[in-house]
Design a protein around this ligand. Sequence first.
Ligand code: NAP
Length: 498
Amino acid sequence: MTITHPASTDEATAFSPGRLFIDGVWREASDGGRTDIIAPATGQKITDVARATVQDVDDAVAAARRAFDSGIWSGLSSRERARILQRAYDLIRERSEDLAQAESIDVGKPIMLARVVDVNNAAELYEYYASLGHHLDGEVREITADAHAFVTNEPYGVVAAITPFNFPLILSSSKIAPALIAGNTIVHKPAGETPLSALLIADILHEAGVPAGVFNVVTGSGATIGDHLVGHPDVDKVAFTGSTEIGAHAAALAGQTRKPFTAELGGNAANILFADADLDTAIHTIISAFVFNAGQFCMAGPRLLVERPLYETVLGILEQAVPHVPFGDITDPDTVIGPLASRVQLEKVRDMVDRARAAGARVVTGGAPVPRDGGFFYAPTVLADVAADAEIVIEEVFGPVLTVQPFDTEDEAIALANGTRYGLASGIQTSDLAKAHRVARRLHAGITWVNGWAILDPAISFGGVKDSGWGREGGPEAMASYQKSHSIVINLAQGVGR
Ligand code: NAP
């Protein structure tokens, strides 16, 4: 792993990829505990990092609380904060290869994906929210009383930002950048398995000029420190991305401690292929929608719904094409599909596919782990003849697995698409624009792509409905979720200020 250590003469603040970042200082866990970090491509240890304790969480929250209450960050003008975020953008660009290498080895992402998707998107999130910092205006409201009424948008205070293993850099950036520009301070807990890019970002934010205590990182196990962080009385808001089950647990805890909570949870999107679509383009979209990030993408398209006349044709094309998607060596710039991020994830995917096969699914291609260098590889898999209520269809697989179901009518396609407890993303492949509009409005999802997939941008929000959560990331919507409105009414009739 090649990580550049910036020159520093101060031992405490010199960058260390394996320590906690609390109050502007790199330090060990209070009990000295460490966690091994495993490379998914080889199953071998890459490095180890500090394993935060409840005491460390208390210290991080206390640092964030002090920093917030001091006004060292919230008291800056939003334009001053924007300049610092813009500097962070520049530093991410300067250190893009370090970030890409860390993300690739830690998550098992093909290096090209880490460079083109993860690092670029993360950088652009800082740039975008820096730009919003130039327009953080309140609003004057016309009211009937003889008074001057206006609404300001204020930061909540201390934000706990909790992220999952699959897109550590993008998902941390999509919380950190809007929370910071709004004036909050942060305690960030990345996924226990994939913490490396969060530590690089801490170093970058420090170098960019984010004051001590404003951004803190605690690496460690959610099972040990998660509840403590979410329920902490000095945390004012929780932003959570992860599984529906842990999200529901954390939301309940936040509710008990009366905190606003945004939840970006699981997904299981349907991709509807109508017979009038441009088939060549659609096939490319269908494949990339389910193999992207080895299927470990909350907005992946693992459920393909095909208008019946095309059903067997599409299965035949997928059978031929999918095995040719470049697979394996994550250091090869041509590789598209790498390993799953952990042995646990590999076993989960393997077991779900095995159960689907036992229940009668037809394996069109794939259907098994691929032994390779000790890594957690699973062959890209297409399954046909699956029941609409089969586990493999209605539950989130989070691996490179596509189920294919036929439909006869638009209504049936919509019913199948909406037939799971999730509602994060969806897709429609058609050349009929009126149909695209009609169907898109009836899909239960926070985002719908027509004739494409995963077209994302910091300016576009996404998020879930139903069991996929209720937060929004991206766009002004995400920034608003880190602000509380404050109405101020100045009674002019009583002579205030006279
Ligand atoms: P996860 O197991 O729910 O973990 C998410 C985060 O929560 C991790 O940092 C985890 O820490 C932490 N955590 C665990 N127990 C906790 C507790 N009791 N209190 C607070 N935090 C706790 O999810 P994952 O397996 O990492 O990620 C995959 C899931 O995330 C999938 O369901 C995927 O769809 C979803 N996801 C959703 C979005 C979206 O935008 N909607 C985006 C990406 C992923 P540890 O890692 O240390 O356990």
